[in-house]
Design a protein around this ligand. Structure first.
Ligand code: SAM
Length: 518
């Protein structure tokens, strides 16, 4: 970036009459005072230079070669400073454009950690986020989200983005005239939706470098952007000048909980939401059902065959076969599967974002209980999620269910290295136990058991049990496989696609001992 410019002249507007300083003059951007500033070096009444603090400075084009630079004054108990302004005359249009580009880039640096903003501040001390998340994981995570291509990938998931748009626009009553906080704003797209729905002001909080791009996108939509403030920092660290009437966020990872961003969403609720404020999304559900998929099982088992070679360039590899076999089965499989692979009606686990405690998300233990609808070999547990936007006007669901239009989350399957056999009507029990780890994900322990079955069976007796341990952080993305979908008329009615109202399903769940409400 070019830090220094030669401008033709400047006119100091504060002096009476305005004082023209003819150039060429040197104008430079820097951060020598600990914040981004613009400095002009002039010989004027013995004064060597004058500076603008970019945190409170704005630049306007008056013409092709002429711009106006104005900084806000301030008033504190101790001192009062007045606004100051200059007009800048550039030698040509190219110099003017380069100067404006540098100004924007340096100004965006004002929105950095540890700096104060006109409408919000960021603390530079170690935060709750840093206490529980490894620095190396956070660095990679925010590096990933700092890249436009990954934001584009999410924005191009039209099921996702379209559901958010519809949920916001159909519920204008929840946004119009309200203060909104966008938790993890990314490109700022949800903030712009909230502004379209008439929000009074939106605070778009984003920890990654994407905050600078969000600032640009928002500046490129000035009619909406004037009601949006981008704050670069973690939601755990930033301070906002006012409370929010509504939070909007897209904190869902694979299996809903991956990335541990739900915790940040809940922290945002506790820090910034007014009592009884709204949350978009409001509730999430993890759905689970046993599946049978011989092809998938064989594919995973075969991956470790490499290690069964006894003469690999004269080396016997078999000592590592067992480890490799277990390693492949410790990866949850992410792909879009045919819902006909499910062999029992699904159960669900509800997380109510408006009430769940952050600590409740550290360890989630879901008891499993299914009744096999066919006699088959069960290869593991299939999982997906949905979220509800509980708007005052329209309740809208965003689902990632198999058979529903595919999203970038796909579905997730935990595959057992030892499949279990069941007969039709046989009960399958077990646990899905997920423990958060400091690399922003979860260790999953899955146990599935086939219960004793048939006349004379010992009550509660177990015939066969299989367990596996998986790392949600290390999934096997299996999207290259061609996916066979059933024709519409072949599709089983999927109970998860019929979404009850919030009140109905909370009632339904409190009657259902298999479902835990956090
Ligand atoms: C899944 S993306 C969603 C982006 C955007 N809201 C959208 O819907 O397109 C999550 C974003 O939240 C940001 N993020 C995650 N944890 C955060 C935290 N604790 N504080 C601030 N931003 C966070 C990430 O950097 C990422 O850009």
């Amino acid at each position: 970036m070019n830090n220094n410019f030669t401008v033709a002249s400047v006119t100091l507007l504060a002096s009476n009459p305005p004082n023209l300083v003819s150039g060429p003059l040197l104008a430079g951007f820097g951060s020598g005072s600990g914040f981004p500033e613009l400095q002009f070096v002039v010989e004027l009444d013995g004064q060597q230079s004058f500076k603008f603090d970019l945190r409170t400075t704005q630049l306007f084009r008056l013409g092709a070669f002429q711009s106006l630079c104005v900084s806000e004054g301030s008033e504190t108990v101790k001192e009062r400073t007045y606004s100051k302004g200059i007009t800048i005359q550039f030698k040509d249009e190219e110099e003017s454009s380069a100067f404006h580009g540098a100004f924007e880039q340096w100004k965006s640096k004002a929105v950095t950690q540890g700096s104060s903003l006109p409408n919000g501040t960021v603390s530079s001390s170690k935060s709750k986020f840093d206490d529980k998340i490894e620095a190396s994981s956070a660095k990679m995570y925010f590096h990933y989200y700092g890249q436009l291509l990954h934001q584009q990938n999410m924005m191009q998931d039209y099921v996702r983005t379209g559901s958010y748009y519809a949920a916001v626009i159909e519920n204008k009553a929840d946004f119009a005239g309200r203060v909104v906080v966008d938790v993890g704003a990314g490109s700022g797209i949800l903030s712009l939706f909230a502004a379209q729905a008439g929000a009074k002001h939106v605070y778009a909080v984003e920890a990654s470098e994407m905050a600078d791009y969000a600032q640009k996108l928002i500046a490129g939509n000035p009619s909406l952007g004037q009601r949006i403030t981008v704050i670069k920092g973690k939601i755990e660290d930033v301070e906002l000048p006012e409370k929010a009437d509504i939070l909007i966020s897209e904190p869902m990872g694979t299996l809903l909980i991956n990335e541990r961003m739900l915790e940040s969403y809940v922290i945002a609720r506790d820090r910034f939401l007014v009592p009884n404020g709204k949350m978009f999304p409001t509730v999430g559900r993890i759905h689970m059902a046993p599946f049978s998929d011989e092809y998938l099982y064989v594919e995973i088992a075969n991956k470790s065959l490499f290690w069964q070679q006894q003469n690999y360039y004269g080396v016997d590899l078999t000592a590592l076969h067992g480890t490799a076999f277990q390693g492949y089965f410790s990866q949850p499989v992410v792909d879009a599967f045919d819902p006909r692979l499910l062999v029992a009606p699904s159960i669900s686990h509800i997380i109510n974002f408006t009430t769940v405690k952050e600590e409740d998300l550290y360890e989630i233990n879901i008891p499993l209980k299914f009744t096999a609808s066919v006699g088959t070999r069960i290869h593991g547990l299939a999982c997906w999620f949905d979220v509800l936007f509980n708007g005052s006007t329209v309740q809208r669901w965003l689902t990632t269910a198999p058979g529903a239009p595919t999203t970038h989350w796909y579905q997730l399957r935990c595959v057992l290295s030892q499949p279990i056999y069941v007969m039709q009507g046989q009960e399958i029990t077990g646990h899905l136990h997920m423990i958060a780890h400091s690399a922003q994900s979860y260790t999953i322990n899955l146990t599935m058991s086939a219960k004793m079955w048939g006349p004379g069976a010992k009550q509660g007796g177990i015939l066969q049990t299989s367990s596996c341990k998986l790392d949600l952080k290390e999934p096997y993305y299996r999207m290259s496989q061609p996916q066979a979908y059933p024709a519409a008329q072949d599709q089983q009615p999927d109970q998860d696609l019929k979404h009850p109202s919030l009140a109905d399903f909370v009632q339904q769940c409190s009657n259902d001992s298999d479902v835990q409400i956090l």
